[in-house]
Design a protein around this ligand. Structure first.
Ligand code: URA
Length: 318
């Protein structure tokens, strides 16, 4: 995951360096009492997370009443102000939407593909608000992909500090020895640093090969395949069967369903609870609760954790 700059620091420097050249009206006219921050309005329209909305503002892609606004403190009145992003009117706030898809193999986990390969976008029909995948699965992998228009929540769930567990059912070449399973549990040395602790369980043995369940609390590129390769076994099949509180269950490949309120609330709770405990050393109970997730290293956690206040649903907001 790429480094993000602290919004505060960025805000300060932008105010200093671009204050004079901004075409925004003076602060007295720009910040109506009771107005809403521009980045929040953009995020709630389902266009981007707040952080991405901030970037859009800074890049000069946002106009309010025909003027480019680059200042992050800008407040707007959604009833009266005409807001455009990249020249297009902003839609009114969209209802929060959460969808679980069973991505089949041979499909890219993006909404569109410049190379013309089949995408997960092709599998989703009739979903009103624009939703985006929360993380990726490789082209040849399959399993659970969460999609949402709640950019802030998506960003938090992917943030390594929250240690959201992801369980993969994997068919590996050969059979893992007890020692190799232990190596996977303790952490494997990869070229981008050691992996955190993991949970490994044998599922069944096929003729020459075998199935295991591997739960990891990070989400680096090709992480599972690289971990298995480091122990001398290639991955023959990889299915994500769990993402945080969500379970793939018997959802068929290529099918999707909306999350229940309970599932959506469980996602929100992860982030709230993560914030409450400082999102630094989360302990997750997995399965029957006997296995505890590790307090993994924060080697890849150099970006700020999302703000809990931005993760409450509109209904929960005061
Ligand atoms: N790890 C991988 O190697 N591939 C995936 O698709 C997901 C996790």
């Amino acid at each position: 995951m790429g480094t993000r700059h602290r919004a505060m620091g960025r805000k300060d420097s932008i105010a200093r360096t671009e204050g004079q050249i901004s075409q925004a009206p003076p602060a007295s006219r720009r910040e109506p009492a009771g107005g809403v921050r521009l980045q929040k309005v953009i995020a709630e329209a389902g266009l981007a997370s707040r952080r991405k909305a901030e970037t859009m503002i800074v890049e000069g892609r946002v106009t309010v009443n025909g003027r480019v606004v680059r200042e992050l403190g800008t407040r707007v009145d959604q009833e009266r102000d005409h807001i455009k992003v990249d020249g297009r009117h902003l839609k009114p706030a969209q209802p929060q939407t959460f969808v679980m898809l069973h991505k089949p193999p041979g499909v890219v986990s993006t909404m569109s593909d410049p190379e013309g390969r089949p995408t997960i976008g092709n599998l989703l029909h009739g979903i009103g608000p624009r939703v985006f995948p929360v993380g990726r699965l490789d082209f040849d992998s399959e399993g659970l992909i969460l999609l949402t228009n709640h950019g802030d929540l998506a960003q938090a769930l992917l943030h390594p500090r929250y240690h959201v567990p992801k369980t993969y059912r994997i068919k590996v070449k050969g059979v893992l020895s007890e020692e190799e399973m232990q190596t996977l549990r303790q952490g494997v040395k990869l070229d981008d640093g050691p992996t955190g602790k993991a949970i490994v369980q044998k599922v069944r043995k096929a003729e020459k090969n075998s199935w295991i369940d591997l739960t990891i609390f990070e989400g680096r590129k090709h992480q599972v395949k690289r971990m298995l390769e480091a122990t001398g076994h290639s991955v023959l099949k990889l299915i994500r069967i769990r993402f945080g509180p969500l379970h793939l269950g018997d959802l068929a490949p290529g099918r999707y369903r909306y999350l229940t309120d309970r599932e959506a609330n469980a996602l929100r709770a992860i982030v709230r609870e993560g914030e409450a405990r400082g999102a630094g050393n989360g302990q997750w109970a997995v399965g029957n609760g006997r296995n505890k997730a590790p307090a993994t290293s924060s080697r890849h956690t150099n970006s700020p954790a999302p703000r809990a206040s931005s993760l409450r649903s509109r209904r929960e907001r005061p």
